[in-house]
Design a protein around this ligand. Structure first.
Ligand code: HGY
Ligand code: MN
Ligand code: MN
Length: 432
């Protein structure tokens, strides 16, 4: 073949390929996402390699500053609302339309991981970077949101839907600050919390990319989880009052040992939750004995009770069973058991049917595998569901581990999630 004919053939091949290339979907930059996740994980990195970035801590503040910097560099118009939620806005061509809101949280549980919440925030920023790089302006405005204190009871998202009352603001989170003190610490204003609230119909959509926090996607070798619904979560603080006395001189008979009662309580919770068929879960995750000395019979125990299910009715049915059996334990151990329902409840929520289809179509167009699934973890999305339609995209968690230093999601999986998020946003934006 002479040179001229070769060049003509190449040109023909290119001409043929060009439309396909032009249509090849925009994909997230995995290494950019990974380096940002790593950078964020430095704020509160502990000796176990875990993340200690409890909401309202210094590390939380530093992590937020890092994100605000990224938002501003990406051209977002950033503001902190009265609940200290960080909101970065990108104008639309028709800017008075309702915004599509997307994001997650960057606070962690004590000794948590680097991916829970953070993938949703870094993924949301990735969407903005991709829109900027591809010079795409959406029809409606976009809002990237970092909700305040997700792990302490969905604080920021509750305020976002007008549901963070004064009682809820008195709850003390793991930083030792009350919600009101913490919000102030981060630059919000608890006195004007109502100003953070959106009304029903104010937003076009809320979308959240998140790690699965379970092992289903990994075990089935799937790329994407399309969330169908999010469990409701209720918390109680349980106090058991016994009688502190000398551990050497007090005979075994007649002791009023609060730890003994607490141990029986934890076993009983497990029995009650297991006695019902279904996917409900119940946990005693915190257990503090006082005075806490080897030679003193513990006089007091404070413990946490958490119940989760997709049905609120079922959660309270389990609670009623637990309360009844606690009366028997108190009687048999000579203790007094009291329950205080904490105002941090998260109600069960379903995702929007149209959004689920849009997520599935996006995954398909990107050549990714997917499956519909429920979420056993709580998410800000479940609060937002009170005022507008929500959708959630899951990506695999290695070994199903979360809320622990070993939490891990690969860069490729994170990028798959962000690519699906972008396509889903564009699909929703394109619909009137
Ligand atoms: O506790 C939860 O389910 C969530 O990770 N905040
Ligand atoms: Mn979490
Ligand atoms: Mn989370």
């Amino acid at each position: 073949m002479n040179l001229k004919r070769c060049a003509t053939a190449t040109a023909l091949i290119l001409l043929f390929l060009a439309p396909a290339l032009a249509q090849s979907p925009v994909r997230a930059d995995a290494s950019r996402m990974e380096s940002r996740i790593k950078a964020l994980s430095q704020f509160g990195l502990n000796a176990n390699g875990g993340s200690d970035r409890v909401a309202f801590s210094e590390h939380d503040k530093q992590g937020r500053e890092y994100i605000i910097g990224l938002m501003k560099n990406a051209g977002l118009e950033v503001r902190i609302d009265a609940a200290a939620n960080i909101i970065g806005r990108r104008k639309g061509r028709f800017d008075d339309r309702k915004p599509i809101v997307f994001g997650s949280h960057i606070d962690t549980v004590p000794n948590g991981g680097a991916y829970d919440g953070c993938v949703g925030v870094i993924g949301a920023l990735e969407v903005i970077e991709l829109l900027n790089e591809n010079k795409i302006t959406t029809d409606g405005p976009l809002e990237v949101i970092v909700f305040t204190d997700e792990e302490g009871g969905l604080t920021g998202s509750r305020a976002f839907v007008g549901d963070l009352g004064t009682e809820a603001q008195t709850v003390v989170n793991n930083s030792g600050k009350t919600i009101a003190e913490g919000i102030r610490f981060l630059g919000g204003d608890p006195g004007r919390i109502a100003e953070a609230a959106r009304k029903e119909g104010d937003i076009k959509a809320y979308l959240e990319l998140h790690i699965e926090q379970g092992g289903v996607l990994e075990s089935k070798g799937l790329n994407i989880g399309v969330v169908e619904g999010i469990v409701g979560i209720e918390w109680w603080e349980v106090t058991i009052e016994g009688f502190a006395n000398h551990a050497g001189t007090t005979p075994m008979k007649g002791r009023r040992d609060a730890v003994l009662a607490g141990a029986r309580f934890a076993l009983m919770v497990n029995e009650v939750v297991n006695s019902l068929g279904g996917a409900q879960v119940g946990t005693v995750g915190k257990f503090v004995a006082e005075p806490g000395a080897p030679n003193v019979i513990p006089g007091k125990v404070t413990l946490s009770l958490e119940l989760r299910d997709l049905s609120a009715e079922r959660i309270f049915r389990m609670y009623n069973m637990i309360e009844k059996r606690a009366i028997v334990i108190a009687d048999e151990t000579g203790t007094e058991i009291n329950f205080r329902h904490l105002d941090v409840s998260a109600i069960p929520a379903l995702t929007d049917e149209g959004f689920k289809s849009a997520i599935e179509a996006s995954a398909k167009e990107l050549g990714l595998t997917y499956q519909r699934m429920p979420s056993g973890a709580g998410h800000d999305a479940q609060d937002v569901a009170k005022i507008g339609p929500i959708g959630m995209i899951f990506v695999p968690s290695r070994g199903g581990i979360s809320h622990a230093p070993a939490e891990f999601t690969s860069a490729e999986d994170m990028a798959n999630g962000a690519s699906v998020l972008l396509r889903t946003i564009l699909a929703i934006d394109g619909k009137e």
